[in-house]
Design a protein around this ligand. Structure first.
Ligand SMILES: [Zn+2]
Length: 249
């Protein structure tokens, strides 16, 4: 398996997943068609599938043009039928999707949207706008408690799992991490790294557990910084972190 990062639009990432055994490929979240065409051509593979993490335009903008040129299936959560253009298959939590000899498992991770899903493929996870490096997506359709459960499921993947997210927001996210947890040396190191090297993807679950305030809801320093009661549950803490991040410049 090989994963090619395809920068799209301002700061979106699509990903080309290549099955080297069969020469077939799938693309995750094609924001726009042109860069995906170029990546497919360069890879010399046959594009067979489009795996969408959610229905937002900056993740599905290239789907229709790609389906008109390639014979591909288009995956999305079953509840996103009608919202993802050209969707051919609705998947649910636990569904399996394949390209060539590769098979990914679907995690339903509502919060950013109600139909948000992540794809777990070997030691990689494609998280869309649910989990970013150093941050998490806004709550457009779901609740803080749904998002807390969803992020908890991603956080529970093996620590070595590589995280491929939907946007290059890492440095800005980590500046907020530093703001709410000043003594965190892993955050300081991660900021330096993000300044030195873009794309910052993939990250790892292990690194996110050390640096991402949306996964560190029990950290005393974060709770103190944001006035979250020590006994408050994690969903309440997530809502507070979300609110503070939205207001942070
Ligand atoms: Zn989105």
């Amino acid at each position: 398996m090989r994963i090619d990062v395809i920068p799209c639009l301002q700061d979106n990432y699509a990903y080309l997943i290549v099955c080297e055994q069969t020469g077939e490929s799938a693309v995750v979240d094609p924001s726009e068609a042109a860069p995906v065409f170029r990546a497919v051509e360069k890879s010399g593979t046959r594009l067979r599938a489009i795996w969408c993490t959610h229905h937002h335009g900056d993740h599905v903008g290239g789907v229709e043009e790609l389906t008109s040129r390639f014979d591909v299936e288009v995956m999305g959560h079953v509840s996103d039928r009608g919202r993802i253009p050209g969707q051919t298959r609705g998947v649910e939590d636990g569904s399996e999707v394949s390209v060539g000899s590769l098979t990914a498992r679907v995690l339903h991770v509502p919060g950013h949207t109600t139909g948000a899903i992540a794809y777990v493929l070997d030691d990689a996870v494609f998280t869309g706008d649910t989990l970013f490096l150093g941050g998490a997506g806004r709550l457009f359709e779901g609740t803080a408690s749904q998002m807390e459960v969803s992020l908890g499921r991603l956080a529970a993947l093996s620590p070595q799992t590589r995280v491929y997210c939907g946007h290059e927001y890492t440095e800005a996210n980590l500046r907020f991490s530093a703001h709410v947890e000043r003594s965190n040396v892993d955050v300081a190191k991660a900021i330096e790294q993000a300044r030195r090297q873009v794309p910052t993807v993939p990250g790892t679950i292990e690194q996110e557990l050390r640096t991402n305030p949306f996964l560190r809801l029990d950290a005393l320093e974060i709770r103190q910084a944001l006035g979250i009661a020590p006994g408050a549950d994690r969903a309440t803490a997530l809502a507070a972190v979300r609110g503070a991040k939205n207001a942070f410049r």
